[in-house]
Each structure stands twice: as C-alpha cells, then as structure tokens.
Design a protein around this ligand. Structure first.
Ligand code: SF4
Length: 371
C-alpha cells in the first residue's frame, strides 16, 4: 500500500511504534503501518526519521472565494462568502471522486501555493470572507495545518468550516472539531458494500463521527450524499439512511442529495437524473427530516428552505443564489415564529453565486510589510 519514498515534513502526534519495527499512523482508520521512508495511502503523511510527518504543511492547491452554499451548507450564514482551499491527497480511494485532480495528485504538493496560517487568515479577512473552508480534499489528512489555520482565523473573527468524509479516529477527531464551527460530512451511502467497493473504507467509523459531532460538539453539521445511479440511490437505502438520521440525530440535521457526473474511474455510469434527486429528497422529508435538499441541478423548490411547521418559504435558493428571506434576527419564521435550525444572522449575505480565485502571494507581502 505505501510507497518507498523519502519524505519531508513537520512532526505529527497520532502514531505509535509496533513490535515489528513499523510505525502505525493512528489518524484515520486505515492505520497505515510504515517502514522508514514510506508514505501512507493519503500520500501526504509518511515516516521520516522514525516518526510520522505531514508533508503538505503550509502549502495549498489553490484558493477561491465561493458562496457558503457551495460546500454545501444551507443553514450556516447563508449568502456569505467563504474562502475555500485544499491541499493534496486523500485518505479515501473513491472511484467516483469529483475532485480527483487534487485528491489523487502526487505532484500537487510541489506545485502548490505557499501559505502560512497567518497569511491564510489575513487573506480571508482581506477578501471579506466570513469563514474559511477546508475542502477540495479531506482536511483530516492535513490535521495540524487545518487546526493552525483555524486558530489564526478565529483571532481575526473568521469561522472555520470543514468538508470531510468523517473517516477519522476518535482522539484526533475531538481535537479537530474543537476548532470547527461547521461541517458538511459526506455520507456517501448507507451500505458497507458501497463503502468497501467504491471508497476503499468503511461506513461504521463515518457513522461514529456523525454521532460524535452531533452529540458531543457545538459544530453545526449538514450531510451530503452524492447519488450514483444503481449504487446508492434505491428508495430502500435512502429510507434507511433518513430513518437512521432521524433516530440517531433528530430531524434538524439537513440532508443534501447531489447529482453525480461521470468522472475519474466511473465514467461509464450515467449522471444522476433530476427525478432521482427529487425522489430522495421526498423520502427524507417523509421520514421526518425537516430540511432536505437537491444539489448540482436547477431546482428552486428542492434547494429552498421551508418552515417545517407552517411550510412558509424561508430562504429562496437556486444554484447558490438567494432570493426570498423570511427569517427574523433570531432565525425564526416570520410567519409563525418557529425556529429554523442553523446559524443565522438578521440578514443574509450578498455574495451571490460568484467564484473568485485568489493567490496568497500578494497578501503575504502585504502582511509582511504591515509588520
Ligand atoms: S492519515 Fe494517511 S497515513 Fe495516516 S492512516 Fe490515514 S491514510 Fe494512512
């Protein structure tokens, strides 16, 4: 599994030595067991000088200011801009990866932008972002870098958002989520068969993480399932998934069902139909979930937020663009006064659907000049 390759990087904490001389990385349930010079499956953590190091600290695969709805997060500061970035590598091996150019890259870390945590936080402030999103690839594998950025951002009043598969072990998970104000977890399917066959991982640890975030942290959470025709889109599977969410977490965790486009190693599959997305959303709502959404298609009614009590349209939304807004300053329906779950302010942001790529170099120079 692991390549023999000399690696450089910063020391990390979650690992231990095995009796046979190998070192086991304990950050995620893959538990890679490494000889000197080998890298783990994620490719960005490896063994050097008899310890596990992270090789991508301080380097990014790119930055972009996006609408927060693109994560997707529909109940966390709607309409506001988020500075999105990622690094390289991933600890899953999804055959349908929609970001495979970054997550599977073995060269990205040498091509990437240099960006110290203070520069990232300064850049987020200067571009007017309300939050920073660790996205494009799973932030768990750059745990130390993501946490240092989250700390620097908090000092500037910028919130931190993760987009993650939830495939992480308990101790680093607790440290990580202590720094995250919101997260979208990819609940990729509801069968171990799917997880094993198409992601090379397991469903059980992901469900543990979802329970942990909901019950043990203050982090706002939404869930996303990319529906792949014939693999995870049967009504029975969606019904079981929604029932689990309803029973284990309650009705207020939003569920997103997004459209798959043929990509990476699954180019021979069809794209998800709008009907399949609408059906999954209807099943979740019928199961008692208060907020369910479609994504990656044009569908205003499937992407808008409604009051679960009186049915009022609270937030009109289509492709990340907001229209109606009928929440008061406390996040309550202006028609009936029922609270809408989430993190809201009196007014929505006005970022719209824009996507603005940014480079850290000029911001680093500005910050240095400011002393
Ligand atoms: S974080 Fe990377 S090196 Fe560590 S166990 Fe997971 S895949 Fe292996």
């Amino acid at each position: 599994m692991a390549d023999r390759d000399p690696v450089e990087g910063i020391p990390t904490e979650y690992w231990h030595r095995l009796e046979d001389g190998r070192i086991q990385c304990d950050l995620c349930p893959r538990f890679c067991r490494l000889h000197e010079g080998q890298r783990g499956l994620c490719f960005v953590r490896g063994r050097r000088d008899d310890r596990i190091v992270l090789t991508t600290y301080g380097r990014s695969s790119g930055f972009c200011v996006d609408p927060i709805e693109k994560k997707p997060l529909n109940h966390f500061l709607p309409g506001t801009p988020v500075l999105s970035f990622g690094t390289a590598g991933c600890n899953l091996a999804c055959k349908f990866c929609q970001n495979w150019d970054m997550s599977k890259s073995r060269e990205m870390d040498t091509l990437a932008d240099q960006a110290d945590p203070e520069v990232v936080a300064y850049m987020a402030e200067r571009v007017g972002a309300r939050s920073i999103a660790f996205t494009y690839n799973d932030p768990i594998i750059f745990h130390e870098y993501a946490i240092d950025i989250a700390r620097a951002c908090r000092e500037r009043g910028i919130r931190s958002v993760a987009v993650s598969s939830g495939y992480v072990t308990p101790e680093p998970r607790a440290e990580f989520y202590a720094h995250m104000e919101a997260v979208n977890i990819d609940l990729k399917a509801f069968t171990e068969r799917f997880y094993k066959k198409l992601t090379g991982s397991e469903l059980g640890p992901v469900l543990d993480t979802i329970r942990y975030i909901h019950h043990e942290t203050d982090t706002w959470m939404e869930l996303t399932t990319l529906l792949i025709p014939g693999e995870n889109d049967s009504p029975e599977e969606i019904e079981r998934m929604a029932a689990w969410v309803r029973e284990e977490l309650g009705p207020e965790v939003p569920m997103h069902f997004t459209a798959f486009h043929p990509d990476y190693k699954m180019r021979d599959y069809p794209a998800t139909s709008p009907e399949a997305l609408a059906r999954a959303r209807a099943i979740a709502l019928e199961s008692g979930i208060h907020y369910a959404y479609t994504g990656n298609v044009h569908d205003k009614s499937g992407q808008s937020t409604y009051c679960h009590h009186c049915g009022e349209l609270l937030i009109g939304r289509e492709w990340y663009r907001l229209s109606e807004w009928k929440l008061d300053g406390e996040g309550r329906c202006t028609a009936c006064g029922t609270s809408c779950a989430g993190v809201f302010e009196e007014r929505p942001g006005a970022w719209g659907a824009r996507r603005l790529p940014v480079r850290p170099g000029a911001f680093a120079r500005e910050l240095e000049a400011a002393g």
